[in-house]
Design a binder for this molecule. Structure first.
Ligand SMILES: [Fe+2]
Ligand SMILES: [Fe+2]
Ligand SMILES: [Fe+2]
Ligand SMILES: [Fe+2]
Length: 427
C-alpha cells in the first residue's frame, strides 16, 4: 500500500512550526510559505517536477534543527545563534529522508549570502540553486512575514528585494522571486488560503509502506518529537522498537511491521502542541493541566486524519489512550471499536510510561512494571491477552533499552555514511 509522503511531511512540518513558534517566536507557517515560494520559483526557473520534491521538502524542513540546536548548544538565550551548527544539524537530519535525488547542501547552505557573508563564506554560484531559493524565501519571510503583509506594501518589499540583489540574494534567486511574488501570490500565502495553496504547489510523493523511506521518515520525526522535551526523550523510539518486537512475536510480515512501527513513532506527535511547562512539570498536574495534556491524542487524531494511505496507522496512533470500557480519550471509543494494533499500542504506551524514568517516578524493571499493567487489564481498561504476551516478550529487556529494528539500523547506517562522507570532504 502506498503512503503519501508529501502529506505526511506536512504533518511533520505542522509539528515543527509549533515548536519554532513556541521556542523562538517565529511566525506560524513560516516553513510552509518558504516551501510554496520555493516551488513557485523552481517551476519558474524550469526545474523538472521530480526535482521539485527534494526542493520543496528541504524548504519545508529548512529549519528542522532549530530546537535541537537551541536545546543542546544554546541553553541560554543570550548566546548568539551559531548558524553553522544550525545548518549542519539541519542537513544531517534531512538525510533521514531518502529522496529520489541528491539534496547535498540544500539545507547546509540555506544561510549563505550572495557576497560571501554567510556562515560558510560561500559566494553566488558556489551553492546549489535549491539552497539559494530556500535562502531568499526564508530571509524575505523572516523580515516581512508574508501572511500579514498588506498588499499596498508589496511594491516597497519588491524594491527592497531588488536592492539586495547580488549582495544578500543571488541574482538568479532574486529574479525568480520577483517573477513570482505578485499580489495574487501574496494573497495565496494568507492563513485562510495557505492550505489550498500548498495543495496546488507541492508535488505529490508516494512511497510503499515497507519502503525503507518509511522507516527513515519515522526516524526523522522521532528525533524531532523527542527533542521537544527531555521528559519524552526516548519514549517514542522505545515504543516503536518494542512494537517491532511484539509484531515479530505475532508473526507480522515486513509490511505490517513497518506500518505498526510508523504508527508507534507517530502516536504522540500531538504532544508537540502541548506547552512545555505542562509537559515538563515535575509535580502533580491540576485538572485543567491534565485536560490540556489529554488534547495531544486529539491532535494526533486530527493531524494524521488527512494522509492518504495512512488510514489504519492513523487509527492505531490516535487510539493509544482509548480504554476498552470507553473511559479513554480522545473519542471515548469502546472495546468493539478498538482493533488489535490499537490495543497493542495502548499497552505498549503504558508499559513504556510505567517503566521509564519520569519526573514523578523512577525507572522500573519488568517485574515492577507488569503488576501495574495486570491491574489495568483486570479493570477492563487494556487487553488482558496482550498484557500476558508483553510479559513473555519484554522480560528479557528489563531495565534495558530495546535496540532499533534491522531496517531502521540500515537506514541509520546509510545516513551516517552520507554524513561522514560530507565531513571528510570538508576536512
Ligand atoms: Fe535557518
Ligand atoms: Fe527559516
Ligand atoms: Fe500519549
Ligand atoms: Fe506515549
Amino acid at each position: 500500500m502506498k503512503i503519501r509522503m508529501d502529506k505526511l511531511n506536512r504533518v511533520f512540518s505542522t509539528a515543527l512550526d509549533i515548536i519554532e513558534n513556541e521556542l523562538l517566536g517565529v511566525s506560524r507557517r513560516h516553513s510552509v510559505r518558504v516551501a510554496i515560494l520555493a516551488a513557485a520559483m523552481g517551476r519558474r526557473l524550469g526545474m523538472a517536477e521530480p526535482s521539485l520534491t527534494p526542493l520543496t521538502t528541504c524548504a519545508l524542513f529548512h529549519d528542522n534543527a532549530l530546537t535541537e540546536y537551541i536545546l543542546s548548544e544554546r541553553p541560554g538565550a543570550n548566546q548568539p545563534l551559531n548558524l553553522r551548527l544550525h545548518c549542519e544539524y539541519g542537513q544531517n537530519n534531512i538525510e533521514w529522508l531518502p529522496f529520489p535525488a541528491s539534496v547535498e547542501n540544500f539545507i547546509l547552505h540555506h544561510h549563505e549570502l550572495a557576497d560571501g557573508g554567510g556562515p560558510f563564506g560561500k559566494k553566488e554560484g558556489e551553492c546549489p540553486l535549491e539552497a539559494e531559493l530556500i535562502a531568499i524565501a526564508d530571509m524575505v519571510d523572516v523580515g516581512n512575514p508574508l501572511d500579514s503583509l498588506a498588499p499596498e506594501k508589496l511594491p516597497a518589499l519588491r524594491w527592497q528585494i531588488e536592492d539586495r540583489k547580488g549582495s544578500v540574494y543571488t541574482r538568479r534567486a532574486t529574479d525568480a522571486l520577483l517573477a513570482v511574488l505578485d499580489a495574487e501570490t501574496l494573497a495565496s500565502l494568507r492563513e485562510e488560503s495557505i492550505a489550498s495553496t500548498i495543495e496546488k504547489h507541492l508535488p505529490a510523493w508516494e512511497v510503499e509502506s515497507e519502503d525503507p523511506a518509511i522507516m527513515c521518515a519515522a526516524g526523522f520525526i522521532t528525533h524531532i518529537i523527542d527533542y521537544k522535551s527531555t521528559f519524552t526523550e526516548k519514549h517514542t523510539m522505545q515504543i516503536a522498537n518494542r512494537s517491532w518486537i511484539m509484531g515479530s512475536h505475532y508473526g507480522y510480515d515486513e509490511i505490517e511491521l513497518a506500518r505498526l512501527f510508523l504508527a508507534a513513532t507517530l502516536h504522540d506527535i500531538g504532544k508537540i502542541a502541548t506547552p512545555l511547562e505542562i509537559l515538563e512539570k515535575p509535580g502533580p498536574l491540576s485538572a485543567d493541566e491534565f485536560a490540556i495534556i489529554k488534547l495531544h491524542a486529539l491532535h494526533t487524531h486530527e493531524w494524521l486524519g488527512g494522509v492518504q494511505g495512512l488510514e489504519d496507522i492513523h487509527a492505531w496512533a490516535a487510539n493509544h489512550h482509548e480504554k476498552l470500557d470507553g473511559s479513554g480519550y480522545p473519542l471515548g471509543k469502546k472495546a468493539a471499536e478498538l482493533d488489535f494494533n490499537s490495543r497493542l499500542l495502548a499497552c505498549l504506551d503504558i508499559y513504556q510510561a510505567v517503566s521509564e524514568k519520569r519526573p514523578y517516578h523512577p525507572r522500573r524493571g519488568h517485574g515492577d512494571t507488569m503488576p501495574i499493567l495486570r491491574d489495568m487489564a483486570q479493570k477492563n481498561l487494556i487487553d488482558r491477552e496482550i498484557v500476558e504476551d508483553l510479559d513473555r516478550a519484554m522480560a528479557e529487556y528489563s531495565n534495558l533499552d530495546v535496540p532499533p529494528p534491522p531496517p531502521l539500523r540500515k537506514a541509520m547506517d546509510r545516513r551516517d555514511t552520507v554524513i561522514s562522507a560530507r565531513r571528510l570532504r570538508k576536512a
